[in-house]
Design a protein around this ligand. Sequence first.
Ligand code: GLU
Ligand code: ZN
Length: 289
Amino acid sequence: MPPTTRFAPSPTGRLHLGHAASAIRAHDFARAQNGCFLLRIEDIDPGRARAEHVATILADLAWLGLAWDGPVLHQSTRLPAYAAALDTLRAQGLLYPCTCTRAEIAAEIAASSTAPHAPVSGPAPTYPGTCRRRPPDPARAVAWRIDMARAVARAGPVDWHDATAGTVRATPLDQGDVVLARRDAPASYHLAVTVDDAYQGVTDVVRGVDLFDATHVHRLLQALLGLPVPRYHHHPLTLGPDGRRLAKRDGAPALADLRAAGQDGRALAAGLRAGHQARAHPPATPTRL
Ligand code: GLU
Ligand code: ZN
């Protein structure tokens, strides 16, 4: 069966070259096998998503020469589906209300740290489980979290497949009791992406390696919700001239700026493709832009 891939930007800012590279990979993967390339706008965060960014994203993709199939799916239209998934997990006894503020969580993590000086590097600390250990107070909930240990026990061991890493045993416990819904955003990234990849029939998720660990959570949710499991293709991130990953905060140019300056989007896409090809063969030096 031909594959279905998707590009799923969050319209919280403008796209940069790293987004372009990722969209091109997902697009080309599908097109090379006569498959479908879908566009999904992940606009469920009412505080951060902006309509003007959506328009810019569509224009950027057209400028790069990337055409998507079918209508664009906006996650803001999918809230009933996320609510249904939450109900399923709640009925399984896997969710609990969290009333903690960010400051409370930070204080709890600091207090429980045994080291006098917390390490400056290493994985970000996970939620310490405060509300899991106290009587639930749904009326004051600011978020609903998954009881990860309980969820893992229910799902049992599950694997997923990554094109580079091969068969991966899901280890979602390392992610802690992640948030699946907030008072101001009825579904979190983890929940919405899992529900929608299944809804859209995505067979192959092509995205940056920065989301590799998130896939452990997505695979667990697939098991709990009875959803199909796509294949994953986590690609290396596009690095800037200084060797650091491109991100808006690093001053990477937005695609819209390059477009406005009269650059040829298709030529830019060709350059990014050539970089991907070069990296596919040793010596594996990162693409520099
Ligand atoms: N919306 C996410 C982002 O822009 C990507 C989602 C995904 O590819 O799974 O970072
Ligand atoms: Zn809490």
